[in-house]
Design a protein around this ligand. Structure first.
Ligand code: SAM
Length: 88
């Protein structure tokens, strides 16, 4: 992925830090932290997700945003407090 980024115009100008996004400490502070396309779901424990939020908070400038893109399962066929209806 980094090689694909570097191959694009201006790609050499974008800083990259490689590591576990829950715990890796990039240099600097940022106005936006963005977890694309359900990436938060790769952290499968509450402790790991809390570590991620703490890590992001430690690297956001004042007024910065933590944006998490995540799909929400359809609720069709279910009622509040009940699991989804079987599909068969
Ligand atoms: C949904 S993909 C991101 C989409 C991809 N960046 C794109 O633009 O198409 C999630 C990525 O996070 C990586 N990943 C999972 N857990 C990680 C972790 N703890 N730290 C860093 N990367 C992780 C996965 O290997 C996967 O490549």
């Amino acid at each position: 992925m980094v090689a694909a980024l570097r191959a694009k115009p201006g790609g050499e100008d974008i800083g990259v830090t490689i590591g576990d996004f829950a715990t890796t400490k990039p240099d600097g502070m940022f106005s936006v932290a963005y977890l694309v396309f359900n990436t938060i779901m790769n952290l499968t424990t509450q402790a790991a997700q809390v570590a991620c939020f703490r890590n992001v908070a430690a690297h956001l400038e004042p007024g910065g945003c933590f944006l998490i893109e995540v799909g929400v399962p359809s609720c069709s066929g279910s009622r509040p407090g009940r699991p989804s209806a079987p599909t068969t």
